[in-house]
Ligand binder design. Sequence first.
Ligand SMILES: [Fe+2]
Ligand SMILES: [Fe+2]
Length: 275
Amino acid sequence: MTNLTIRRLLIDLETPVARHWCGGDAFLTAWFNALSMSFPVGEQFFIDAVREGAKALPADQQARWEAEIKGFVGQEATHRRIHALFNAQIEKHGLVNAWAPRAESRMVLFEGADPRHPLGVTAAYEHFTALFAEWLLSHPQVLDGSEPRLQTLWLWHSAEEAEHKSTAFDLYQALGGDHAWRAKWMRRVTVFFLSDALRQTVSNLRRDGTLWRWSTWRSAARHLLGRQGLLRTNWPAWRAYFRPDFHPNQQHSERSATWLREHNEQFVPVSAAGR
Ligand SMILES: [Fe+2]
Ligand SMILES: [Fe+2]
């Protein structure tokens, strides 16, 4: 069982956000904006999947899971709220969120499904989020030149994603979810996640008028495919998910605890019971 703290972030998201808030880099801004656009809808799906999964546990196991489920739901609910505030700011830049409605139209397919299916999907997305989180925590220079409040937003979210990266996976296993379906969902989620993220990034860049700038493509190549790039450095960790004995805890995330310890003036812990 993982002990998860719910934290209220003490940052201002009422003040407008600069158009190229990520250090003046159009690509990085568009990429982070795209991810943020998916969070309110996506994280609600994860919350629902975990809640429904917990209800399907045998009665004698439910008490053991209660605290972790509350922690997971509380963390994701906080992320949703904060990113909705952030999204309201970036939409003032003329960006249009096409990812969320597309994802919502797919989610309908899970109504009435065995709870292990949405959980398998959630576990796969949570692996992606954990990889992204670890990459960002280990390359915080990506956010250099961004306002401190926005650095905090992204690094806090990353730290909590690393903290709860096992919850959906463990619940899937506890419900007897098998390896074949887990791998199948990861293959599908990979296609959806990468195509959705790239489509939304391109849309953001097009609306921003920076899609065809050389600097945009140079930044994309460097940050996605370069030696320290997101896709290139995470390829082995992504593949590991297909091993039958894979567990999220096999991949280290000590940077999460360090960041939370060193920045504890930027949030206040709240009790799960109080929410
Ligand atoms: Fe989250
Ligand atoms: Fe998460």
